[in-house]
Design a protein around this ligand. Structure first.
Ligand code: ADP
Ligand code: ADP
Length: 233
C-alpha cells in the first residue's frame, strides 16, 4: 500500500519580486517498504522535498497524503504528532545534543509521550542495542566517533517506532568504511520492514537503493526501479 502520495507538489520562495520554484510539480508515490534514493545536483530541491515528506515544511500547492491522511488539512498538533510518530529523520550533521549522553539523546523524542522515565529509558536502550551501541550509552555525543554519532541519531529516529525513515545525506560526513557500515544498517532496517528514503549525491548510496528518483530544477527527470539482479549489496 502507498505510504506517501505527492500530487503536483510545488514549493515557491519569494525573493523580492521574483518567485523561485524550488519544487515545480512533483508527482511521486512511495509504497510501504520501498528503499528509495533521491538524487540530483545541488539546489535541485532534494532537501526541500525531504522536509515536505517529513512534515517539517509545507508545500506552496499540491496535495500530500501521508498514509492516506492529507497533510495540508492537519492542524499544527496533528503535524507534530505525525512528525513524531510516522517519520524518523536522520541528518548529515547528526543534530545530537553535544552535552547529552547517547541514552539521553535517544530518549529525547519520547519526552512528549506520557510514559514513565523508566519506560523511556528501556525503549531508548533497546534502540541503542539495535544499532550496536549498548556499550556506549553513557558517552556524551562529543565523545563518540562520526559513525557512532550517526548510529545514535538512527537509534533516536527508531525510538518512536516510525515506519518511514528519512535520511538527508546521512553519510555525508562519514568516511567510506563507516558509510558502508551505516548502509548495512539501513539495509537491515529495510529488511525489517521500514520504508527508507535517502537524499544523497553519492553514487555508492544510490546503488544500494532499489529505486532512484532524480531531481533537476525542482522536477522529477527520472524515476527508476531496479530489478532484483541490478541491485548492489
Ligand atoms: P538540494 O537539497 O537539492 O541542494 P534544496 O532543496 O536545499 O536543494 O534547495 C532548492 C532550491 O531552493 C535552492 O536553489 C535553494 O537556494 C532554494 N531554497 C531553499 N530554501 C530556501 C529558502 N528558505 N528561501 C529561499 N530559497 C530557498
Ligand atoms: P572510529 O574508529 O569508529 O571512527 P574513533 O577512532 O573516532 O572511532 O574513536 C575510537 C573510540 O574512542 C570510540 O569508541 C569512541 O567512543 C572513543 N572516543 C572518541 N573520541 C573520544 C573522546 N573525545 N572522549 C572519549 N572517548 C572518545
Amino acid at each position: 500500500s502507498k505510504v506517501i502520495q505527492l500530487n503536483e507538489i510545488t514549493k515557491h520562495y519569494q525573493m523580492g519580486d521574483q518567485t523561485f520554484k524550488a519544487l515545480d510539480g512533483i508527482n511521486v508515490d512511495i509504497d510501504e517498504n520501498e528503499y528509495v534514493a533521491i538524487i540530483g545536483p545541488s539546489g535541485s530541491g532534494k532537501s526541500t522535498l525531504m522536509n515536505i515528506i517529513g512534515c517539517l515544511d509545507t508545500p506552496t500547492s499540491g496535495e500530500y497524503h501521508l498514509k492516506d491522511k492529507l497533510v495540508e488539512k492537519m492542524s499544527e498538533t496533528e503535524l507534530a504528532q505525525q512528525r513524531n510518530k510516522s517519520v524518523g529523520f536522520i541528518f548529515q550533521s547528526f543534530n545530537l545534543l553535544p552535552r547529552a549522553s547517547a541514552l539521553e539523546n535517544v530518549m529525547q523524542p519520547l519526552v512528549y509521550r506520557f510514559i514513565p522515565q523508566s519506560e523511556r529509558q528501556k525503549q531508548a536502550l533497546e534502540s541503542l542495542k539495535r544499532v550496536g551501541l549498548e556499550d556506549k550509552i553513557h558517552h556524551l555525543s562529543n565523545q563518540l566517533s562520526g559513525g557512532q554519532r550517526q548510529r545514535v541519531a538512527i537509534a533516536r529516529a527508531l525510538v518512536t517506532k516510525p515506519h518511514i525513515l528519512l535520511g538527508d545525506e546521512p553519510t555525508g560526513n562519514l568516511d567510506s568504511k563507516t558509510t558502508q557500515d551505516i548502509m548495512k544498517l539501513f539495509d537491515e532496517l529495510h529488511e525489517e520492514g521500514h520504508t527508507i528514503i535517502l537524499v544523497t549525491h553519492e553514487q555508492e548510496i544510490a546503488d544500494h537503493c532499489h529505486r532512484v528518483i532524480r531531481l533537476v530544477d525542482g522536477k522529477v527527470v527520472a524515476d527508476t526501479r531496479k530489478k532484483t539482479e541490478e541491485r548492489l549489496h
